[in-house]
Structure formats: C-alpha cells, structure tokens
Design a protein around this ligand. Structure first.
Ligand code: SF4
Length: 406
C-alpha cells in the first residue's frame, strides 16, 4: 500500500529515543518486574521503589509492528496455548518459550517480580499466573472491584483499593527487602499526575481543525503516558509533546492541512499495529483521526494528588475504560463524537481483545441511529496479522469512503 510521506511531529523522535532507552533498561536493570499496562497503580510504585518495570503488552505491540508477532504466536500455539487467547498474551508466551537469538529491540529480560492488577480482562490472571509458574518469581496483585456504574461508585471501593495497594507495597518491600518511602511515592505520583495533566491538554487540542496530531502520534504518546508513568523523564517528555501540539494547533497545522481535512473520524478499539500504514491511506483521502476510544478512555483519566499518593493510586486502579460498563462507554463516545466534530467511525472488531470488542456492534448501531453518522466495522486483530485480510479490509474501506463522499 503506497501512502504519501508526511512530516510527523518532531516529538516522535524523542519518543523513539525514550523507547530505545526503556528497552535497554529492561535488558540490563534489576530488579525487573513484568508489569501489566492496564491502569496499574503498581507502575508508579515500581519506579518509586527503584524497580525497573517491563511491559509484555508493549513488547507485543513492538513485535507486531516489526512483523515478528506471528512467529511468537505460532510458538505459543505449539505449546498448546489456544488461538482464542489474546495475541499480546500469545506473543509474550511464545517469546518466553522461543530461543530467539535476535529478538526485536533486543527483547526484555526475565522478571524478578510480577506486578498485576485486576482492573482489566480475565486473560491477565492466567497469563500472569503462567509467567509466575514459568519464572518461579513472586507475583504481587492488586485486586479491585468491577465498577459497573462510575457515576455512583461507592466510597468503600476506594477504601478497598487503598488497602490493596498498601498491602501490595508491604509485600514488595518484604520480597525485595527494601523500604519504599512515602516521599518517593509522592514524587512518583506527582510526576504521573503531571504527565496526565499534559496528556489531557493534548486531547483537548485535538478538537482543533485541522487535528494537530494523527492517531499514530497519539498511539506513540501512549508509551510515555503508560510506560513512563511516575518518572520525571516521562512528565518532561509529555510536556514537550504538549508544547509542540499547542504550537501546531495555534498555527492551524495538522497532519492534514485545513483544506485537506475533509472528514474527522473516530477509531474504535486497538489499531492494527502491523499495518499502521492504513491510517496513511485514510489521510491521503482527507480523513483525520482526532480521537480514539483506545487512546482516550483507558489511561490518563485520573488526576492524582501527590499529598495523598495512595488515594490517588487507588482511584487510578478503579478508573479507565477497561473497568467500566458498556453503557458508560457508549455515553462517552456519544459525548466525544459531538465534541470532536466526528462525522464517521471506523470500528475494529478485534478478535483478540474481547473487552474492547464486546458491545462494539451495539455501540455502532446506537451511533448510527442517534447521531446519523456512518460506522465502518473492520475485522482483524491488533497483533496477530495472520487473521487479517488486506483485500477484504481495503474493499470495505473504499466502500465506506465512497459513502462519506471522500
Ligand atoms: S484482551 Fe484486551 S485487555 Fe486483555 S490483554 Fe488483550 S488487549 Fe489487553
């Protein structure tokens, strides 16, 4: 697929450098903790404790983007992990089992510790449990209740999450024979909150016409928001991203220029990491993606007060789209489709991520009926390109673009 080469915002180079550094740290620093990416309060705790977090899900995205994921998925399947499992999980278990001499980005080291939370999909329990068995390393787990009605969340949920985090901190201290000072934790929460505050401002700027950033820029910035949460480096980098975005917005500069941007689309679910070129195909036809539920609703939704770090982390553990109801998700979509001036939706029915795909068809029909805007459904998988059909996808996209008048 040929797409026009466009100048991307300069911050993408800084993110690439930060990513390279992170992967080098995951190969050299100890103690290393495999850490779940979903709104996980133990990321900030890890940085405060001097633990290097590593993220198997992020590594799966990197592998998918370099087309290394199919080999890892096949290895996992050969070890009897079913194809029904999320491809992030199969990628990681395949990577763990395959003696790959030249892994992408040098790979990630073996963990000394496993840090997880329950605020996402049920895959995680068995996945982290399997890693626990394979590596024979301790697993620390923050259990949080499922929040079905975010507007009426009972206060005792926060109390419960707070106690869980305190217990997790005590457990980490015992396992590693360290002490995590309140001061260090407060500093990590402060930096994490700084990162979130810039991120939220960036999302606000995305309402500008033309949209200053594209979906691949936002997806790249997620690395900073999630992986570097709690570090000064991450907060400084997010500030830099915000500054560049704000200059672009003020100058009316976007991925497309004002005359080129004919359609503003919403991307639902995780992108095809192995085929981000598809976004360029849309751009070449005048379509910008100012927002996506995946980028906007899962992370960076919780502001935290560093004076009350555990309280802030407890709220982080309970919030985010992976721990909410479908009704709340649809309400947010309806609100933001209007706020961002969206006139079409591309919804990825993702074979791997059921959490984000269950209810996708309901959301699509509500959007069509209530807002009268077209919704394109694309079947695929975020990391396993073996189940993706380029021909079928492109046929559907071209039909959708015709309908949009592109
Ligand atoms: S199924 Fe979705 S939430 Fe669960 S690990 Fe995969 S991508 Fe993450």
């Amino acid at each position: 697929m040929e797409t026009k080469k466009r100048e991307r915002p300069a911050f993408n180079r800084d993110i690439a450098a930060a990513m390279k550094k992170h992967y080098s740290h995951t190969q050299t620093r100890t103690p290393l903790a495999h850490t779940l990416m979903s709104s996980n309060p133990l990321i900030e705790v890890a940085y405060a404790a001097g633990i290097q977090p590593s993220f198997p899900e992020n590594y799966a995205c990197v592998c998918a983007a370099r087309h290394a994921s199919p080999a890892y998925c096949e290895t996992a399947e050969a070890h009897h992990y079913t194809q029904d499992l999320c491809s992030y999980c199969r990628n990681n278990l395949g990577y763990t089992h395959l003696d790959d001499g030249e892994p992408v980005n040098g790979g990630i080291g073996d963990p000394d510790l496993l840090l997880m939370t329950s605020s996402a999909c049920s895959h995680y329990f068995k996945w982290w449990d399997t890693l626990h068995e394979i590596h024979q390393k301790p697993m620390v787990f923050v259990n949080t209740p499922r929040v079905m009605d975010p507007q009426n969340r009972p206060d005792f949920y926060i109390d419960f999450a707070r106690e869980e985090i305190k217990a997790a901190i005590r457990e980490i201290e015992t396992i590693l024979d360290i002490s995590i000072s309140r001061d260090k934790l407060a500093r990590a929460v402060y930096q994490s909150d700084r990162t979130v505050s810039y991120w939220q401002k960036i999302l606000e700027l995305q309402k500008s016409v033309p949209a200053p950033l594209g979906l691949s820029d936002l997806s790249n910035a997620l690395f900073v928001l999630i992986v570097l949460a709690g570090t000064e480096e991450g907060a400084d980098l997010m500030e830099k991203i915000y500054q560049e975005t704000s200059v672009r917005a003020a100058a009316g500069e976007g991925v497309l220029d004002r005359n080129e941007e004919k359609h503003r689309l919403l991307w639902m679910n995780i992108p095809f990491w192995y085929n981000l070129k598809i976004l360029g195909y849309f751009e070449d036809r005048g379509c910008a993606f100012p927002m996506s539920d995946y980028c906007q609703y899962i992370w960076g939704v919780t502001r935290m007060d560093s004076e009350n770090p555990i309280e802030g982390l407890a709220r982080k553990a309970l919030e985010g789209e992976l721990n909410t109801s479908l009704d709340a998700h649809i309400d947010m979509l309806i609100r933001d489709i209007q706020a961002y001036g969206i006139n079409g939706v591309v919804a990825h029915s993702n074979r791997s991520c059921r959490v984000l795909s269950v209810g996708l068809l309901d959301a699509a029909s509500i959007i069509r009926e209530e807002l009268g805007i077209p919704v394109l459904i694309l079947d695929g998988d975020h990391a396993d390109e073996r189940v993706y059909s380029e021909a079928e996808t492109m046929t559907r996209i071209d039909t959708f673009l015709e309908m949009l008048g592109g």
